[in-house]
Design a protein around this ligand. Sequence first.
Ligand SMILES: [Zn+2]
Length: 110
Amino acid sequence: MATTPNKFDIRRNDTVKIISGRDKGKQGRVLRVIPGKGRVLVEHVSMTKKHVRPNPQRNIKGGIAEQETPVAISNVMLVCAQCGPTRIGHQLQGDKNVRVCKKCGATLEK
Ligand SMILES: [Zn+2]
């Protein structure tokens, strides 16, 4: 093995592209990172339908609601604004370690 990823470089509000699985090719914003499971919740990706029971007390209408399910972090790639899906590099800028695009070197921090 070459390298072992020690931590996840995907963060909330990042734009990622799905590189495998049912939603391959889709792109979306990261809603939540679940480090313990190595998964991320991506907006409009891996939608599942959930049947919701009506609950008038909480003003919930019954029916079918769509909901994201978390996808494995290994199935997503961070998207660079310039070059699209890319691998993440790191660079020290001042005293900050920032994530940069491995292709064009642009910073990936917002
Ligand atoms: Zn780039």
